[in-house]
Design a protein around this ligand. Structure first.
Ligand SMILES: NC(=O)c1ccc[n+]([C@@H]2O[C@H](COP(=O)([O-])OP(=O)(O)OC[C@H]3O[C@@H](n4cnc5c(N)ncnc54)[C@H](O)[C@@H]3O)[C@@H](O)[C@H]2O)c1
Length: 371
């Protein structure tokens, strides 16, 4: 019998809401495979509160560089505001650590190139947190779609209709291109369209609109898009923080069935429904029921997948081309919205203003142009 792999020494960077509320429980759930050894925050009060909550012997630092030099962790979990992700991810990779970083992984495709170069140089990997890909319901739906069991995918809807008030946008890093990277396209709907891309595969063309209707923000507070996928399916995508009746939904109409996920911030098997077309025999449709194991979508499920990849010596899910694809979709949506033209997959290359920033330097949206 091969020996059990050693527990990975883990550090967290940023000890705010998501790290305390989701990464810490994930580490506890995987305590047989991980050991939390260090935490970093520039705010000493938040750092102390986190260390008290973590309840173990967790070293505290106010600088990521100091922590990396002193601790040399195996894995770094990053939950800081988005503008810090690129720099902290690159620093952790250079120190030889694997990274699991909160969404969005970085603010632009140009920033992603820096992360890819650091991965290449270090041999370590950086994954982005998209917890809704993980969990049994999503894995099962992806398998049924990919195997052709539901028939050809034809029409899809991807809806993030959430509500955020002025107090939410009073937090200084929110609603600004330089710190959040964008509005609900980058910050909220990105979870749902990441799942849509995970289910339907590569897209080929995006048309879009974006507006700032309510909030006093630099970035948009609503965006909508029409998407054509390589497999021929057509989809609508809505990213809103203006919707009093809140819901997260992904629905795919295939030739033989509609598969639909309705949830808010996380799903279980029961949140997925399969509606057979009239020509489908009941016994065939019965076999689509979600699996007996009910793994909720969660940071715990994604951390488990990263640790599994590590033990197998493989690139972790949510890293590399997987992470880039979602960021490219965001850039394409913004470019289509701000230029009023369709955007084709692969067209946003180095030198394109939407490669450098999601606002693409557009005079109505770029902060330096509007000032
Ligand atoms: N996956 C999800 O479902 C989900 C949900 C909410 C937020 N998020 C993401 O998590 C990230 C953090 O969001 P949050 O709501 O936890 O924010 P937060 O403001 O509660 O926490 C951020 C923490 O980072 C600390 N920080 C700031 N600068 C730092 C630095 N240079 N070094 C170390 N620490 C620093 C802050 O002091 C704060 O404690 C964002 O990218 C956000 O989009 C993801």
């Amino acid at each position: 019998m091969s020996p059990r792999p050693a527990r990975r020494r883990v550090a967290v960077v940023g000890t705010g809401a998501i790290v305390t509320g989701s990464h810490l429980p994930a580490l506890r759930a995987h305590a047989d495979r991980t050991e939390l050894v260090a935490a970093v925050d520039v705010d000493p009060a938040r750092l102390d509160a986190f260390r008290a909550e973590a309840g173990a012997d967790v070293a505290g630092y106010t600088s990521t560089g100091d922590m990396l030099d002193a601790v040399r962790p195996d894995l770094v979990l990053i939950g800081t505001p988005p503008s810090l992700h690129r720099e902290q991810t690159v620093a952790a990779l250079k120190a030889g650590a694997w990274v699991l970083c909160e969404k969005p992984l970085c603010l632009s495709l140009a920033e992603y190139d820096d992360i890819a170069a650091a991965e290449e140089a270090s041999g370590a990997y950086a994954s982005v947190v998209f917890q809704h890909r993980y969990g049994s319901g999503a894995a099962h739906a992806r398998h049924l779609l990919a195997s052709g069991e539901l028939g050809a995918p034809l029409v899809a809807h991807c809806q993030t209709t959430w509500h955020r008030d002025a107090a939410y946008y009073a937090v200084p890093w929110r609603g600004r291109w330089s710190t959040e990277g964008g509005g609900p396209t980058m910050g909220h709907g990105i979870h749902q369209y990441d799942l849509l891309l995970h289910l339907l595969g590569p897209w080929s063309e995006v048309r879009a609109m974006a507006s700032r209707l309510v909030h006093d923000t630099e970035s948009e507070d609503v965006s909508t898009a029409l998407v054509r996928f390589e497999n021929g399916a057509l989809a609508t995508v809505v990213n809103s923080v203006l919707s009093p009746d809140e819901v997260s939904r992904v629905r795919v109409d295939c030739a033989d069935a509609t598969v639909e996920l309705t949830h808010m911030y996380g799903h279980r098997n029961d949140d997925w429904t399969y509606t057979p077309a009239r020509h489908v025999a009941p016994e065939r449709a019965a076999a689509w029921r979600t699996p007996a194991a009910d793994v909720p979508s969660s940071h715990t499920a994604q951390l488990g997948a990263v640790l599994d990849a590590w033990d197998a010596g493989a690139r972790p899910p949510g890293s590399g081309p997987d992470a880039r694809a979602t960021l490219e979709f965001a850039a394409a949506l913004y470019k289509a919205a701000f230029t009023g033209r369709p955007v084709l997959a692969g067209e946003i290359a180095s030198g394109d203003p939407f490669h450098t920033a999601m606002h693409g330097g557009h005079p109505d949206w770029a902060p330096e142009e509007r000032a």
